[in-house]
Design a protein around this ligand. Structure first.
Ligand SMILES: *[C@@H]1O[C@H](CO)[C@@H](O)[C@H](O)[C@H]1NC(C)=O
Ligand SMILES: *[C@@H]1O[C@H](CO)[C@@H](O)[C@H](O)[C@H]1NC(C)=O
Ligand SMILES: *[C@@H]1O[C@H](CO)[C@@H](O)[C@H](O)[C@H]1NC(C)=O
Ligand SMILES: *[C@@H]1O[C@H](CO)[C@@H](O)[C@H](O)[C@H]1NC(C)=O
Ligand SMILES: *[C@@H]1O[C@H](CO)[C@@H](O)[C@H](O)[C@H]1NC(C)=O
Ligand SMILES: CC(=O)N[C@H]1CO[C@H](CO)[C@@H](O)[C@@H]1O
Length: 575
């Protein structure tokens, strides 16, 4: 999905992006049997469903529903223009087919966004029509006959040569080239920009023009003249001539938090407001541009490195915020080295972006949390794709060697186990997916099958009606967790202590139920897979308490000067 023309389709059919990013491995190195454009099929079915439901909710025509949807989109990144563009091109066919009671599946096959691969099953979200599929598509062709609709092909490229579209195309093209949401920015620098892997991902830099200034370093000359570690504490106390950093932070054992994670660690989140017709309004999409530039991740609200107050109103805080509260000298010292699709096997491709200088920086707490992609699988038979314990062992050891040569002495590394994900199916399969709530016609069972059929599921192993497969996936996850446990108890490293913590989802389920809530409320409603913000914060809580109980040294001391720091420096300069 890097070529601009594909992206032109992708922008309005923005639903594709999350599925693309969540489902794809870090690099596309798994030649599937199906076309990678199958994300486009999901995007199309979702968008057409939303249009149909908007018309139903507002009792309006399909044309009006499409205009409504476009009007809700923000101008930024030319989302609104792109939406109008697509409506002009495919709108007429959609109108005709929906008014003939065709399902979104039929519409998208007709439009060639979905295609049945010979020898493979027909993928559909809604029940199939009663007559034969071929006949249905033939009917669809009859219905749109004589339509002025352009003849475009799948991934049609040259719609932009049409005079009336040229200007919009130009704008979109330049937006894409300059802006970027789709570019991988792999800078290892702390940044003053929030998204594009800037300070939503790691502590904000406080002087971008000086390479020796960044969060997490040991203060230069006790920060008498400038805030070299960006924790907001610097200068000299006029009363006694002692630098504040020395006064308040010396011996307080400052430390940062670094997460090596996957999409769960980065907090992958697709807001349900974006596809729930009954609740859709102008307000629904205000966060879309930011989300797109963060690859649909919301690290600023994540369980490990989140620094914003929770949007869900629960009182639990991220691990970073707790470390900060414990010692205000830790302000801004967080890094989220997480990537959608990350696993033990591909972590080496991006771990280089971890920035910690063994000599110059403060120790760090590193959480290794590859919680699913090693066992999830995407193909028709995910079992052979799963990482074996042997391969897992050797990659984890490589990662630990890397950390040993990059982390300052006195650091801590915590290996986080994999969950037993069978609960996912148990809690969700018979609930309605957000697309199915209006008409009670799409359950998670159906949604999972659709994604698996297209081989774009983020986790075939657990998002499956096949009980044998779910059990096998959990079995492998357990073997991998045991491997981590074994490493933690048998290996020693010079620069860090090593620990293992179980991923115990049932523990947070119990806690949530104690509050009178339901387990299914702990998952991202749209993908039916990722733990949501509440779950991440509850997991952070369990994690914190466990570590505090068993290995209090990991978290460092409470800084007795916190009140003075607050008094002198106020909020220490945001994140
Ligand atoms: C929906 O709109 C049609 C035509 O405008 C009208 O006849 C019908 O009464 C409306 N239905 C509802 C439930 O508002
Ligand atoms: C940032 O660093 C540059 C280069 O060291 C220095 O000249 C400048 O004064 C610094 N700015 C601030 C705000 O500290
Ligand atoms: C978070 O909430 C606390 C009080 O609960 C408030 O003092 C603080 O300003 C909030 N922070 C942000 C960034 O909104
Ligand atoms: C269920 O999954 C197992 C393991 O992948 C596989 O061997 C079996 O054929 C599957 N059963 C069905 C009905 O697909
Ligand atoms: C996973 O959880 C299920 C349900 O709680 C249980 O039956 C199963 O034995 C567990 N699997 C493993 C490998 O622990
Ligand atoms: C700003 C930042 O920390 N970005 C990094 C977050 O993690 C990804 C994946 O490792 C890196 O590519 C980014 O550079």
């Amino acid at each position: 999905m890097k070529s601009p023309w594909k992206v032109i389709w992708a922008v309005p059919l923005f639903f594709l992006l999350p599925l693309h990013t969540s489902a794809s491995p870090v690099h596309n190195d798994q030649p599937g049997t199906r076309n990678s454009n199958d994300h486009i099929c999901v995007g199309c079915v979702v968008v057409v469903s939303v249009i149909e439901q908007l018309a139903q909710v507002h009792n309006s025509t399909t044309q009006a529903a499409m205009e409504t949807l476009c009007s809700y989109l923000p101008e930024k990144l030319f989302l609104k223009s792109a939406c109008h563009l697509v409506v002009r091109i495919v709108g007429p066919d959609i109108i005709k087919l929906l008014s003939a009671d065709m399902t979104a599946d039929v519409v998208c096959h007709h439009l060639k966004f979905c295609e049945q691969v010979p020898g493979q099953p027909l993928c559909h979200l809604y029940p199939l029509p009663k007559e034969a599929w071929k006949l249905t598509l033939e009917n669809a062709r009859q219905i749109v006959k004589g339509s002025p609709t352009l003849k475009y092909s799948r991934m049609s490229s040259d719609i932009c040569s049409l005079p009336f579209l040229a200007k919009i195309c130009q704008e979109i093209k330049s937006a894409i080239e300059h802006s970027v949401p789709f570019k991988d920015v792999d800078s290892d620098k702390h940044s003053v920009f929030p998204t594009l892997r800037g300070y939503h991902w790691r502590g904000r830099d406080c002087n971008d023009s000086d390479d020796m200034v960044y969060p997490g370093r040991r203060p230069d000359n006790w920060d008498a003249h400038q805030d070299s570690n960006c924790n907001g504490i610097w200068g000299v106390d006029p009363k006694d001539g002692i630098p504040y950093e020395k006064k308040f932070c010396e011996g307080s054992q400052p430390r940062g938090i670094i997460l090596l994670g996957d999409s769960a660690g980065a907090h992958f989140h697709f807001p349900p407001e974006w596809i729930t017709a009954s609740q859709m309004s102008l307000k629904s999409f205000f966060n879309l541009p930011t989300a797109l530039t963060n690859e649909l991740n919301w690290p600023q609200l994540s369980g490990a490195t989140g620094f914003l107050n929770s949007t869900s109103g629960i009182k639990e805080k991220s691990i970073y915020l707790r470390l900060r509260k414990r010692n205000l000298c830790n302000h801004r010292d967080y890094q989220n080295i997480s990537k959608n699709g990350a696993s033990s096997q591909n972590l080496e491709r991006f771990i280089e972006s971890l920035s910690r200088n063994a000599l110059l920086d403060q120790p760090a707490i590193v959480i290794y949390a590859m919680i699913g992609n090693d066992v999830c699988g995407r193909k028709t038979d995910p079992v052979p794709e799963m990482t074996t314990p042997e391969k897992f062992y050797s990659k984890v050891m490589e990662t630990l060697e890397f950390l040993n040569s990059h982390l300052p002495d006195g650091s801590h590394v915590i290996l986080y186990g994999l969950p037993n994900g069978t609960f996912l199916w148990d809690y969700l399969h018979d609930k309605y997916h957000p697309l199915g709530q209006l008409n009670k016609d799409v359950t998670y069972d159906q949604f999972y099958s659709f994604l698996s059929c297209l081989q774009v599921t983020p986790c075939h192993g657990w998002m499956s009606s096949n009980q044998t497969l779910r059990a096998l996936t959990s079995e492998r996850a357990k073997q991998l967790s045991d491997t981590l446990k074994k490493i933690a108890t048998s290996k020693k490293f010079k620069n860090f202590n090593l620990f293992y913590v179980d991923f115990d989802f049932q523990e947070i389920v119990k806690e949530w139920q104690k509050r009178g809530r339901q387990p299914w409320e702990l998952f991202e409603p749209v993908d039916g897979f990722h733990p949501n913000e509440v779950a991440l914060l509850l997991l952070a809580d369990v994690f914190w308490n466990k570590v505090q109980r068993q290995w209090p040294d990991v978290l460092g001391k409470e800084n007795p000067f916190n009140p003075q720091i607050e008094q002198v420096f106020g909020d220490q300069g945001g994140h």
